[in-house]
Design a protein around this ligand. Structure first.
Ligand code: C2E
Ligand code: CA
Ligand code: CA
Ligand code: CA
Length: 279
């Protein structure tokens, strides 16, 4: 059907315009967010299977936006990656998480490892070795209590450069994880080249457990593969007891998800940890 000339001016639909406007608000707001102290780090407990002892926490950033309320990383991390501000935001998250882990230790909580997500931009386009070194020095956190999570997509973007950076990070003594394992490149051979100790089984596979036969096959394959390669597996997105039990029986040593706890503020995490250690 031929459009009338007046129709052709309806270039943006209302929904598109709102989305565009939202992007602009995000992009503008990011400029001041760090100096206005609008970011906050939440911590999601990670538990050992099957005894459910608290062993680690994953740092997950939140943005308390003055007008929009709490903004989730999926809504601003891509924008921050595109304009480069993720480098400074990521550096802040790293330092905040290390500082917090040391505070908890001072407060008498059991030793927890803290795991921090690194963006591909931080990994490939900034001096991540210097940032990690500084975060450890400033906080006094022992290197073996810090874990860094990188997605397959991030490390596969430039395999030679990745291998070199990962090796240097490993020499600092930090632990390295591949995040969202199984969702990126299907090539497994690169695992041999990377000094990573841990794979995080993506929640999309955990979701179908234990009913969905494909999810079961994929989960078992990844757990067996990592045992063969001497890597640990952490399951993310564990939402119920059946999933926790299946994973534990399949040989997965650690789990994280709403079944155990949602991501918590630093204060809530303290309470969760002391409650757990009094059991
Ligand atoms: P991710 O690293 O895969 O983190 C897991 C996400 O799953 C988190 O979403 C978490 O809140 C959510 N989750 C936890 N348990 C469950 C569960 O049982 N079921 C389901 N369906 N979801 C669960 P969140 O906090 O919104 O973070 C989303 C993504 O944003 C993260 O995915 C990570 O890729 C990125 N991200 C978060 N914090 C940072 C950061 O400091 N730096 C960078 N570069 N990326 C970050
Ligand atoms: Ca992660
Ligand atoms: Ca993940
Ligand atoms: Ca994810």
């Amino acid at each position: 059907a031929k459009e009338s000339s007046s129709d052709s001016f309806h270039f943006f639909s209302a929904g598109m315009y709102e989305r565009f406007e939202y992007q602009v608000v995000i992009e503008e707001g990011l400029k001041q967010a760090l100096s206005n102290k609008e970011f906050e780090v939440y911590y999601q407990p990670r538990l050992r299977l099957p005894d459910q002892k608290l062993v680690a926490v994953e740092a997950l950033v939140r943005w308390n936006h003055p007008a929009l309320g709490q903004v989730n990383p999926e809504d601003f991390v891509p924008v921050a990656e595109a304009n480069g501000s993720i480098v400074r935001i990521g550096r802040w998250v790293l330092e905040e998480a290390c500082r917090r882990a040391v505070d908890w230790q001072r407060d008498g909580l059991p030793d927890l490892r803290v795991s921090v997500n690194l963006s591909a931009v931080q990994f490939h386009q900034s001096d991540i070795i210097a940032d990690v070194t500084r975060a450890l020095e400033k906080s006094g956190l022992p290197a073996d209590r810090l874990e860094l999570e990188l997605t397959e997509t991030a490390v596969m973007a430039d395999i030679d450069q990745s291998a070199e950076i990962l090796l240097k990070l490993r020499e600092l003594g930090v632990m390295l994880s591949i995040d969202d394992f199984g969702t990126g490149y299907s090539s497994l051979s690169y695992l041999q080249r990377f000094p990573v100790q841990q794979l995080k089984l993506d929640k999309s596979f955990v979701h179908g457990l234990p009913q969905d036969a494909d999810a079961v096959a994929i989960a078992r394959t990844i757990i067996n593969l990592s045992q063969g390669l001497n890597r640990e597996v952490v399951a993310e997105g564990v939402e119920n007891a059946e999933q926790a039990q299946f994973l534990s029986e399949a040989g997965c040593k650690e789990g994280q998800g709403y079944y155990f706890s949602k991501p918590l503020t630093a204060r809530e995490l303290s309470a969760f940890a002391s409650e757990k250690s009094n059991l």
